[in-house]
Design a protein around this ligand. Structure first.
Ligand SMILES: [Zn+2]
Length: 391
């Protein structure tokens, strides 16, 4: 996953570099020496470039979306692991307290054992060191030998009691030491869990950082592409202005050639040219209706080179529509647009965006009503359009 997203970012940067490169090579063509044909060609080239820039912009937006999703996913996962670490840390801290309490308990028990033992040893030592005296004093202090035996028996009982006490204390200390071992094992298990969690955290944190870097790169690329877009648009406007000046407003001679399909990617004719039945009545249709799912807002391109002679924003009939004069009484008409991208008097090259598909005026849904008029007559566009021509 990492390498794929990196590759993606790298290829985006490369694509931009190539684009800038081609701009630098074509950009310095010398504006002053441009002829009308060159201006028209440049405008068409810029349109192609605009399509590429738009594609790159879409890629950048996708890359941003993808990196954002990755960032969100890893942020959530990092936070979950963080929470797990903090809970585990509490357990470890509690276990450490438990261990130190057990240690204190063990220390106390061992101290008690040692002290009892010392006391016992001292008593034994005292007893043995004073053995003769004691025995003698016992004998002397006793009225009879039997009394001596009783006293000796008592002494033996005291020492047995001491031994039992010491053994008991030792057993208790051993039991506490065992409990301590169990706690130590539990603590070591918890710490091993913590190692695993910390590894997981590092891994996720690295992935999160990568997502962040990809996001930054994609955003930078988007910004650069947007600047590129602005440059192409302003270059187009300038070239358009220059072309208008070079062509003037005089009579146009038909440039000839084929009429190009005005809505690339949408080839369904929802209503053909000729007689049709509309709302149960015979109706003459002077053009073709180009429709299709998702056509709304799609660019409408000038079918041929010419001058925009009419731009109207009607709410009835043709709705927002444009007429282009291609010279020698060749006209095209584009109806029901959602918005218009040209103005009257402007020259347009074949394939230039003149507006966007809509449903304004007398329209039942998004489509382009397209007409070709020759010598003032509306003709079937299918006899003049080149189907195979793709922009
Ligand atoms: Zn129509």
């Amino acid at each position: 996953m990492h390498s794929v997203s990196l590759k993606k970012a790298v290829s985006l940067v490369c694509a931009l570099a190539l684009m800038l490169c081609s701009v630098l090579m074509t950009g310095g063509a010398g504006v002053e020496a441009m002829t009308a044909d060159e201006a028209k060609q440049k405008l068409q080239d810029l349109q192609d470039e605009l399509i590429d820039v738009n594609k790159e912009l879409a890629k950048a937006k996708d890359a941003i979306e993808e990196a954002k999703q990755r960032k969100n996913t890893y942020t959530k996962r990092v936070n979950i692991v963080k929470e797990q670490i903090s809970i585990l840390q509490e357990s470890i801290d509690a276990k450490k307290v438990e261990l130190s309490e057990k240690q204190a308990e063990l220390d106390a028990k061992e101290r008690e054992h040692d002290e009892t033992n010392d006391l016992f040893k001292k008593r034994i030592r005292a007893m043995y060191m004073n053995n003769d005296v004691t025995t003698l004093s016992l004998i002397l202090g006793s009225d009879s030998f039997s009394e001596f035996l009783v006293a000796a028996e008592m002494q033996s009982r005291i020492s047995q009691h001491d031994t039992e006490l010491i053994e008991k204390l030792q057993k208790e200390a051993d039991a506490i030491a065992l409990q301590k071992e169990v706690i130590e094992k539990e603590l070591s298990d918890l710490e091993s869990d913590m190692d695993t969690l910390e590894d997981k955290y590092s891994e996720l944190a690295a992935l999160l950082q990568e997502a962040n870097e990809d996001l930054t790169a994609a955003e930078a690329y988007k910004k650069a592409t947007e600047e590129e877009y602005d440059r192409v648009i302003s270059d187009m406007q300038e070239t358009q202005k220059e072309w208008n000046e070079l062509m003037g407003t005089g009579m146009i001679s038909y440039v000839g050639g084929y009429y190009a399909w005005p809505v690339p990617g949408f080839n369904w004719i929802s209503s053909p040219f000729g007689w049709r039945t509309l709302y149960g009545q015979a109706n003459w249709h002077g053009g073709i209706d180009i429709a299709g799912a998702g056509i709304y807002g799609k660019p409408i391109l000038a079918s041929n080179t010419g001058r925009v002679i009419l731009v109207r924003y009607y709410t009835t009939g043709y709705g927002y529509h444009v007429m282009i004069d291609h010279g020698d009484d060749n006209w095209t008409v584009y109806g029901h647009m959602s918005s218009i991208a040209v103005s009257e008097g402007e020259w347009v090259a074949q394939g230039q965006v003149i507006g966007y598909v809509g449903s304004t005026g007398n329209s039942t849904g998004p489509h382009l009503h397209f007409e070709i008029r020759i010598d003032g007559e509306r003709v079937d566009p299918l006899n003049y359009l080149n189907y195979n021509y793709e922009f």
